[in-house]
Design a protein around this ligand. Structure first.
Ligand SMILES: Nc1ncnc2c1ncn2[C@@H]1O[C@H](COP(=O)(O)OP(=O)(O)O)[C@@H](O)[C@H]1O
Ligand SMILES: [Mg+2]
Length: 243
């Protein structure tokens, strides 16, 4: 059974058609890369799956059942980490475990420590965000999401707010989670990363799926013309930057 199923999902705001009927089935352990131009609906799709944005029609099923927003089955990591500045990394990760999951303090702290270990931040557990680099702060945010033990993890441009040197450590963490079998949807403009990570890549444009294909196909010579056009612009920019 698919761990996540999105069917005929539509989102409208006033007259604007934001998502025009999205279908996607995700099998356990899959990493789905989502690419497409700015404004194509990538964030909206993740937000609708997470129950953060209302939809006008369609379904989101988790393991065959209607998703319940806020039950923790779907976890989301945003571009902006949103950590509490007055709390340590451990306290940031443990907060929802105490408040939402109602875990006793000791148990919540132990789970927080374990989640921080998974992102390589055991040594920084007692530090507040101001004492951490941007990459480390994003890893704390990932640990905070992991600690809730979601069935599916959603990443919305998790490195877009980071300097290039700090991007690598965050991409490495996401890659390790995928290798460990975490089911995830990842929106990113880091094309090399998406190509290496994804079991399948989805290309969105104007709120519609243009193509879903394994990376070899999506980044190969037989991709849809719209996809090739988008990737050519991207590659031209990288070539210029390296030139
Ligand atoms: N709350 C909203 N109200 C009106 N328009 C929105 C809202 N959220 C997103 N949009 C519009 O929906 C389209 C898709 O946005 P978004 O999902 O953020 O795209 P992406 O993440 O691919 O850049 C854009 O045209 C954006 O302006
Ligand atoms: Mg976006």
């Amino acid at each position: 059974m698919s761990v996540l199923e999105v069917a005929a999902l539509r989102r409208e705001v006033g007259q604007a058609q934001i998502l025009r009927g999205i279908d996607l089935k995700v099998e356990p352990g899959e990493a789905i890369g989502i690419i497409g131009p700015s404004g194509s609906g990538k964030s909206s799709l993740l937000r609708c799956i997470a129950g953060l944005d209302p939809i006008v029609s369609g379904r989101v099923l988790v393991a065959g059942k209607a998703a319940v927003p806020g039950d923790g089955a779907i976890g989301m990591v945003f571009q902006h980490f949103g950590l509490w500045p007055h709390l340590t990394a451990r306290e940031n990760v443990a907060l929802a475990l105490k408040l939402v999951r109602k875990l006793p303090r000791k148990e919540a702290d132990a789970k927080a420590e374990a989640a921080l270990a998974r992102v390589g931040l055991s040594a920084q557990a007692g530090r507040k965000p101001a004492g951490l680099s941007g990459g480390q702060q994003q890893r704390v945010a990932i640990a905070r999401t992991l600690a809730m033990e979601p069935r599916v993890l959603l990443f919305d441009e998790p490195t877009a707010a980071l300097d290039p040197e700090l991007t690598t450590e965050v991409l490495d963490v996401i890659r390790d989670l995928a290798a460990a079998g975490t089911t995830m949807l990842v929106v990113s403009h880091e094309m090399g990363f998406i190509a290496g990570l994804s079991s399948r890549v989805m290309f969105l444009d104007h709120g519609q799926v243009v193509q879903v294909a394994p990376p070899r196909e999506m980044f190969g010579p037989d991709a849809e013309p719209r996809v090739k056009g988008f990737l050519k612009t991207y590659l031209d920019r990288v070539a210029w930057a390296q030139g």
